[in-house]
Ligand binder design. Structure first.
Ligand SMILES: [Zn+2]
Length: 328
């Protein structure tokens, strides 16, 4: 019986997902927990505990794990295996590789979640037949991963393709989570769409309009969520549709910049905002992208791997670690 496994971990803003997979990349068992941000060591402790629990389920000695791949939002110092002031986690530093290497006596590699997702797309998803592939997530934040000429881009610190921090507004009307102004993510990500709507409607006289956004403006957009905007648009509210269209135009600027930089054949799209509103997010991008890029427009589609793409990428990376060990 093949008793050899690797571990994949996806650290998100809300959840930590941990999965044990076999050498073909099939998940054998998995679990997810709300992220522990009580201290710098909270996340690594949590991964260790969950891993021991999953191994117990399989009656498997965790010391036999053949590699651990961890994917997380950045920024990170990949060589030191830690997150450094991550934009979605309220901690200054999150050490990951060292404590887990010590606990399980195996190689650990930390990669950016966008990098992980594009790797998953290439190994198991819509990108299997492509050498030039970009993945873009439109979620709490906006991130990306790039494979060019069949080569995974990683970068000096592991932060290649941080596309959400492309500057799309030279006037810098809105401030990004990273502290800088005018970044794509500050306008079109899940956490910032409410601020974008508030800004757009700031000086607009809504008198006489019967849009549900009038009431939201009266309450200064308290408790207003991106899903409310998309829900109003789906119900045919004109004002909401205009705002969704404007978000689509800004997304098209972002996708066009990605197309200029990497000349991909395919861009796959994931993340909660896109997965929950595939037409309202993708259609305006497809319609407007050629206004902003001179390069041939790539195919654009939703990732078939849905919300598990980052986890599958982490598993693929752990398998690479194992295979490299094997060759030594
Ligand atoms: Zn930024």
């Amino acid at each position: 019986m093949n008793k050899s496994f690797v571990l994949g971990v996806d650290i998100g803003a809300t959840w930590v997902r941990v999965a044990i997979a076999d050498y073909s990349g099939n998940i054998t068992t998995k679990d997810k927990e709300p992220i522990d941000t009580s201290s710098n060591w909270g996340v690594s402790n949590q991964i260790e505990k969950t891993t021991r629990k999953l191994c117990q389920r399989l009656d498997y000695d965790p010391k036999n794990l053949s590699g651990i791949g961890i994917a997380s939002a950045g920024p990170m110092n990949r060589k030191e295996g830690k997150l450094v002031s991550p934009s979605n986690i309220p901690l200054e530093e999150v050490p990951l590789a060292d404590p887990l290497e010590k606990s399980f006596d195996t190689k650990v590699e930390l990669i950016n979640d966008g990098v992980s997702a594009v790797l998953a797309e290439s190994e198991y998803g819509a990108g299997v037949d492509y050498d030039n592939l970009v993945y873009i997530t439109i979620s709490t934040g906006i991130g990306g991963g790039v494979i060019m000429d069949d080569h995974l881009l990683i970068g000096k610190n592991g932060n290649a393709a941080e596309v959400g921090h492309f500057t799309i507004d030279e006037e810098g009307k809105l401030k990004c989570g990273c502290g800088r102004r005018g970044h794509w993510e500050a306008y079109c990500s899940g956490s910032n769409i409410p601020r974008f709507v508030r800004k757009k409607l700031e000086d607009v006289d809504l008198k006489g309009q019967n849009s549900p956004l009038v009431e939201n403006k009266r309450k200064d957009f308290q408790d207003f969520r991106p899903r409310d905007l998309f829900e109003y648009a789906k119900q045919g509210d004109e004002l909401a549709l205009d705002l969704v269209e404007e978000i689509g135009r800004l997304n098209a600027v972002g996708f066009a910049t990605v197309t200029e930089a990497y000349d991909p054949e395919l861009i796959t799209v994931g993340g909660g905002v896109a997965l929950n509103n595939p037409e309202l997010i993708l259609e305006p991008i497809k319609e407007k992208i050629s206004n902003y890029t001179q390069n041939e427009v790539p195919r654009i589609k939703i990732t078939p791997l849905k919300e598990e793409n980052v986890l599958y990428g982490a598993i693929a990376r752990a398998l690479t670690l194992f295979k490299n060990q094997d060759q030594r």
